[in-house]
Design a protein around this ligand. Structure first.
Ligand code: UGA
Length: 422
């Protein structure tokens, strides 16, 4: 199939590159010419394992353009993968969705084939029906489900393993109202041999929010139990291993520590809370999920202060990315932790294998080390904030370590060791 992918962030890049690998022709549509040029040479503008490989080996099937209208005319399917950031009150900013939808609608007006528009951006239930479809119909002067198809198809990819997740997904969710669109999407995803759950557009949008809300809830729950375990001298990892053997609960996403960051879980939970409030429901559990998550990184500060006065001391930070295998620092737990350390007048020296450049624009004033060992050598105490694999090979002997992510080597070798929830 000929497919346009609008948005060259992590969702668009992964979706487009993986669909190209399934044999489809992809038009990546973006505004940043530099990034588009990079894609053309088979290189990804974002850091994501496996992505460069896919772009390189499917170069002949991949085109790039800044002209969305032209891409829509030359293709049969258009994936909307633009960002839906949070506004200050937690609600979703739909500016980019509106903008691209207007252009698509306009382009559909002079397009005689049955084009399908697929909303992959995370949008609240009702957005496709109440916002996207009316704009498309107005701009194109055509009728949805009759002259063009529309679907919701949320993504469940995790940064750092997004390519793997695409090809090994647990399920594919499609929200559709017409048979023709359903058949084409089923055909598109057939090679993945994952169960395809077909439902209404609104339900599909809600499945995305509910999935992220549940995952975030599981993490905050793990942290709350983890905090209790710490006080009782119990290792919460052992507890969750035992609890997770119950298949109703399972062991996945049960890692206690310093909470969830990233561009999705915090943003989506806050959006759902804001939406609930607008509907007259203040979601108590979700409020608590966010409150626990905001408090959790501060446990590291409390623990280190139990061992030393940090005023004027060199404190090392291992890991700045919100999770390993990504350079993404959005909502990284390193941000509140470093802010708190600076407030306490500590001198921060940090290292991350790939996220330092991004972090430097946020915190230009702290020291950055060339390698992890330099952080250990230069610091009175070290805080492990991201569980990069390479940190498991460090020599922590003689060091004071506060561990937010459970580094077994540090646990075994550091002279003073404190885990946040163990
Ligand atoms: C999350 C979801 O896991 C994906 O299914 C979803 O598609 C994606 O959001 C999205 O909406 O786009 P992502 O944010 O990439 O994926 O990363 P996660 O692996 O979910 O990690 C999020 C945060 O939770 C990280 O800071 C991680 O350290 C933390 N986490 C994760 C824990 O603290 N404990 C865990 O057990 C798991």
């Amino acid at each position: 199939m000929q497919i346009s992918v609008i948005g060259i962030g992590y969702v668009g890049m992964v979706t487009g590159a993986c669909l190209a690998d399934l044999g489809h022709s992809i038009f990546f549509v973006g505004r940043d010419q530099k990034k588009l040029n990079k894609i053309k040479t088979g290189k990804s503008p974002i850091f994501e394992p496996q992505l460069d490989n896919l772009l390189e080996r499917n170069k002949n099937r991949i085109k790039t353009t800044a002209d969305l209208s032209d891409a829509v005319k030359k293709t049969e399917l258009t994936f909307i993968c633009v960002g839906t950031p949070s506004q200050s009150d937690g609600s979703v900013d739909l500016q980019q969705v509106k903008e691209v939808t207007r252009t698509i609608g306009n382009s559909l007006g002079s397009d005689n084939k049955y084009h399908i528009i697929i909303v992959k951006s995370t949008v609240l239930p009702g957005t496709t029906e109440k916002l996207v479809i009316p704009i498309l119909e107005k701009e194109s002067k055509k009728k949805s489900f009759l002259d063009f198809g529309i679907a919701s198809n949320p993504e469940f990819l995790k940064e750092g393993s997004a390519v793997y997740d695409f090809f090994h997904t647990d399920r594919i969710v499609i929200g559709v109202n017409d048979q023709k669109t359903r058949e084409i999407l089923v055909q598109l995803y057939q090679p993945l041999s994952a169960p395809i759950y077909s439902t209404t557009i609104r339900t599909s949008e809600m499945i995305k929010y509910t999935s992220n809300a549940f995952l975030a809830t599981k993490i905050s729950f793990a942290n709350e139990i983890g905090n209790l375990c710490k006080k009782m001298g119990i290792d919460s990892y052992d507890v969750f291993e035992g609890v997770g053997l119950d298949t109703r609960i399972n062991t996945h996403f049960f890692r206690s520590g310093i909470g969830f960051g990233g561009s999705c879980l915090p943003k989506d939970i806050k959006a759902l809370i804001a939406h609930g409030r607008a509907l007259g429901i203040d979601p108590q559990i979700l409020n608590a999920v966010i409150a626990t998550n905001d408090e959790q990184p501060m446990k590291m500060i409390d623990l280190i202060k139990q061992h030393m006065d940090i005023n004027g001391r060199n404190i090392g930070i291992l890991g700045l990315a919100f999770k390993p295998d990504t350079d993404d620092i959005r909502e990284s737990r390193a941000i509140p932790i470093i802010k708190a350390l600076l407030k306490e007048k500590a001198n921060v020296i940090a290292f991350d294998p790939v996220a330092m450049k991004n972090f430097q624009s946020l915190f230009p004033g702290i020291r950055y080390a060339n390698k992890a060992q330099d952080v250990l050598n230069a610091s009175a105490a070290v805080l492990i904030v991201t569980e990069w694999k390479e940190f498991e090979n460090l020599d922590f002997r003689g060091k004071t370590v506060i561990d937010g992510r459970r580094n077994l080597k540090a646990q075994m070798t550091a002279s003073i060791y404190e885990g946040v929830c163990w």
